[in-house]
Design a protein around this ligand. Structure first.
Ligand SMILES: [Zn+2]
Ligand SMILES: [Zn+2]
Length: 108
């Protein structure tokens, strides 16, 4: 929190709490000021993708993989871009039906 000074007597305002809200109060003249709560960035961004596809259909589910949860045989490959080693070629697939994701790789 940045320091604020009283607009009247230039005394350093000290934070006070009243009814659960924090405000700044001058200890000298009693001037009250709201704390700087202007930077409210808690607005959730909800991106709605309106592509007109049904909810339980994943158009990216093209990889043939049987879901171990629901048995659906098409999954979406999620490219992780992570290789744990040179030999292991693991990647993540997401079930096109239930969304269950699991790691698959070469059978050793
Ligand atoms: Zn003051
Ligand atoms: Zn599934």
């Amino acid at each position: 929190m940045t320091l604020k000074f009283c607009q009247k007597c230039k005394t350093l305002l000290s934070p006070q709490k009243k009814n659960g809200e924090v405000f700044l109060k001058c200890s000298k003249c009693g001037f009250e000021s709201n704390t700087d709560l202007t930077s409210r960035e808690n607005i959730p961004k909800k991106e709605k993708v309106g592509k007109g596809i049904s909810k339980d259909e994943n158009i990216f589910a093209t990889y043939e993989h049987k879901c171990s949860k629901c048995g659906y045989d098409k999954a979406q490959v999620l490219d992780l871009g992570i290789s744990y080693s040179d030999e292991d070629n693991l990647f993540l697939v997401k079930c096109g039906k239930c969304g269950f994701s699991e790691r698959v790789g070469k059978d050793s």
